[in-house]
Design a protein around this ligand. Structure first.
Ligand code: ADP
Ligand code: MG
Length: 329
């Protein structure tokens, strides 16, 4: 059979020794909160990622989805109001939709950035990824992750009664749906992700922490949850035997006494120092704490592995040791 009509990309040999395998976790600021914001943000994000490829990193990308999964969830609720034949959309399906929506923008922006720098041998692809969680994870009994928009007390009561959602007051700003955030236990598509990475593709995987599923024999049942992308990025980096996990967020470094007069930005942290700062409450739960926990987990998992927390725009400087907070064993 002739394959004359296929677009042939000769892939870069990517497992050579000069390359460092890096898992990049993108935070909220890498994607924005609305469709036009995301379209603009992915351009900057793609430039930061291709900067790393240009300094000989083999990059695998994972991203968060807090605003996007909330937006999709609200849109699907609106659909049920409009059309009674449409039942409520499970949260696992909303996460799947967010992976496709974000992956589409991101893979397009990455492709364009690579081509505009003359890099023609790295295909880009998004892997729709399921991540197994434990149905007995205590997080299911204590939903803590707010998603979606803020509602009045009356509107919150209405959706709680209609869909059984748990609504919580969020810092004086109104009521939001809170969902469970169980720990990731297994990346279902890891074999395929590994094959793609090994063959030289630039892969976006485990978006939004992965589609949460619970194993029921051969069946994977979607779970009503949103997995923290910081924890999923650590599992992905370990599974791919990455050299570094780089968590890109809205601050250049991690601080102790954050926001206080005696705030101190940290250049490096050993695992034991980081653990003692956690005990003293230096990292806010739901924002910096999961990043620091993921960084500790990765840095202590094998000799030579490092984790870095820094700003998106500083990622190249950070892999070259010039900035960010570096976690080591
Ligand atoms: P992302 O969308 O990247 O996951 P988050 O808002 O969840 O971002 O977490 C990053 C935020 O954590 C920072 O912007 C900062 O406001 C906050 N933060 C809390 N504690 C600390 C700390 N000790 N050092 C630095 N930033 C901190
Ligand atoms: Mg976060």
């Amino acid at each position: 059979m002739s394959n004359g009509c296929r677009l042939h990309i000769s892939r870069r040999k990517r497992s050579d020794e000069t390359e460092k395998r890096v898992v990049i976790a993108l935070g909220g600021n890498a994607l924005g909160s609305t469709l036009p914001e995301q379209m603009a943000a992915v351009k900057t994000t793609a430039a930061a990622i291709v900067d790393l490829i240009e300094v000989d990193c083999e990059v695998v990308v994972i991203h968060g989805n807090g605003p996007q999964v909330g937006m999709i969830n609200n849109a699907m609720i609106a659909l049920t109001h409009e059309d009674e034949a449409q039942p409520n959309t499970p949260l696992s399906v909303c996460v799947a939709m967010s992976q496709a929506y974000i992956g589409y923008d991101l893979q397009n922006a990455l492709r364009e950035e690579l081509l505009s720098r003359g890099i023609t041998d790295i295909p880009v692809a998004t892997m729709i990824t399921q991540v197994r969680v434990d149905g007995k994870d205590p997080a299911f009994l204590n939903p803590s992750k707010p998603i979606g928009k803020f509602l009045s007390a009356e509107a919150a009561e209405e959706v709680a009664a209609k869909y059984g959602y748990i609504m919580k007051e969020d810092a004086g700003r109104g009521f939001r749906r809170v969902v469970a955030s169980p720990k990731p236990a297994e990346i279902i598509e890891i074999g395929t992700i590994r094959t793609m990475v090994e063959s030289g593709d630039l892969v976006i995987a485990c978006g939004g922490g992965g589609i949460p599923v619970i194993r029921q024999g051969n069946h994977l049942k979607g779970a009503s949850a949103v997995i923290d992308k910081d924890f999923a990025s650590c599992l992905l980096a370990k599974e791919l035997d990455a050299d570094s996990l780089i968590i890109l967020t809205a601050v250049e470094k991690v601080a102790v006494n954050y926001g206080k007069p005696d705030e101190k930005w940290l250049n490096e942290l050993s695992v034991s120092e980081a653990k003692s700062y956690i005990e003293k409450g230096h990292f806010a739960p739901g924002s910096m704490l999961p990043k620091v926990e993921a960084a500790i987990d990765f840095a202590s998992s094998k000799e030579g592995r490092t984790a870095i927390i820094t700003l998106l725009e500083k990622s190249r400087d950070a892999v070259q040791g010039k900035t960010g907070t570096v976690f080591h064993k």
